[in-house]
Design a protein around this ligand. Structure first.
Ligand SMILES: NC(=O)c1ccc[n+]([C@@H]2O[C@H](COP(=O)([O-])OP(=O)(O)OC[C@H]3O[C@@H](n4cnc5c(N)ncnc54)[C@H](O)[C@@H]3O)[C@@H](O)[C@H]2O)c1
Length: 323
């Protein structure tokens, strides 16, 4: 079986292409390299193209049985100041891709959604039936695409899974691929930049939240666990019905707990400083992963220390600490 990994030269898509290959699937990567990197697609067929380019997509869609859609802009803050960019790519571009899929024979579609569709949750841990009330334009674009799939699915016989990721982190154990965002906004690689003096200090956005140590709590999920869930979702779609599924560990860690884990694993202290809380940043986002376990037989296997260790190994390779 062949799978088109759209946005597969990015962080999560590249790990998923590798997980597909390890399970014996053929993965073809399609990416405009706007935020992706050809180095993250070693040994894969890489087609450089945009999701809005239907004529480029048509021939490759004839060669695959399923599509996984990772391609999107994914900076919450940027989506607030430049929503046009987000609606253009994540909604208009995304729907254009979806229509190209419908015009092909492919009827299996897996979408990279986000816990951002829930907004500020009324209860934690968060199950899939919570109301979807996103609090920023990025989350709105993810919700709109989910709703498009919910309409297209039954109307056109398209099987889909909306995978709602919590905080992806870590890198493949081989050390060959990992996170390469620019600018970097994710906590763990940002902390590594602070360790190396590539930023003055790590900003901690608020310490007066109603959490045990006052800093925000998030559910950090190893990117290889996420990637393996995509393979299981694909296999589930062979007979199962379309679904939304949370992908998280069910255990949250505060910003301070992450900094302690970094110290424990790397032996390095992260210099940090307090910064004002960010608007719309919920105190706690933690998945209830029950549905993923029941439907996909999936459970996150890798620990926080494995997340930090693999991320550090990768980061030291691509941005080594100056001697
Ligand atoms: N990283 C996380 O923690 C997280 C959490 C929740 C959801 N997500 C979602 O998962 C997906 C992947 O995230 P990521 O962290 O790997 O991001 P990423 O930026 O590393 O990867 C996205 C890839 O899509 C490509 N792309 C973007 N627009 C495109 C277009 N118009 N045409 C072709 N290719 C295009 C980029 O070049 C990039 O390679 C995104 O949809 C994101 O919204 C990520």
């Amino acid at each position: 079986m062949a799978v088109l990994v759209v946005g597969g030269a990015g962080y999560i898509g590249s790990h998923t292409a590798l997980a597909l290959k390890r399970r014996g699937y053929e993965a073809i990567i399609y990416d405009n390299l706007g935020a992706g990197h050809a180095e993250l697609a070693p040994g894969f067929e890489l087609i450089v193209g945009d999701i809005s380019d239907a004529s480029k997509l048509a021939p490759v869609l004839r060669r695959v049985n399923a599509v996984m859609h990772f391609a999107a802009h994914a900076y919450v803050g940027e989506s607030v100041v430049n929503p046009r960019k987000y609606f253009q790519n994540n909604v208009l571009g995304g729907i254009s891709l979806l229509n190209a899929v419908l015009d092909s024979k492919v009827r299996k579609f897996i979408f990279s959604s986000s816990c951002a569709v829930y907004g500020t949750p009324a209860k934690v841990p968060m199950s899939e039936d919570l109301p979807r009330v996103p609090v920023n334009p990025y989350g709105v674009t993810k919700l709109i695409f989910e709703q498009a799939l919910e309409a297209y699915g039954p109307a056109y016989g398209l099987g889909y899974i909306n995978l709602r990721y919590f905080n992806a982190a870590g890198a493949d154990e081989s050390g060959t691929i990992g996170e390469m965002h620019s600018p970097e906004t994710h906590l763990i690689p940002s902390a590594f930049e602070a360790i190396r003096g590539q930023r003055p200090a790590l900003d901690i956005f608020g310490d007066k939240y109603p959490t045990p140590d006052g800093t925000c709590v998030r559910d950090y999920i190893h990117v290889s666990d996420l990637a393996e869930a995509h393979v299981l979702a694909l296999e589930y779609l062979a007979g199962g019905t379309s679904q939304a599924v949370n992908l998280g560990t069910g255990r949250g860690y505060s910003v301070r707990e992450i900094l302690s884990a970094i110290k424990r694993v790397t032996g390095r202290e992260v210099s940090s400083r307090m910064a004002p809380p960010r608007a719309g940043d919920p105190a706690e986002l933690v998945a209830d992963p029950t549905r993923a376990q029941e439907l996909l037989n999936w459970k996150a296997k890798r620990s926080l220390d494995e997340i930090v260790a693999t991320a550090w190994k990768w980061d030291e390779r691509v941005r080594p600490t100056p001697k």
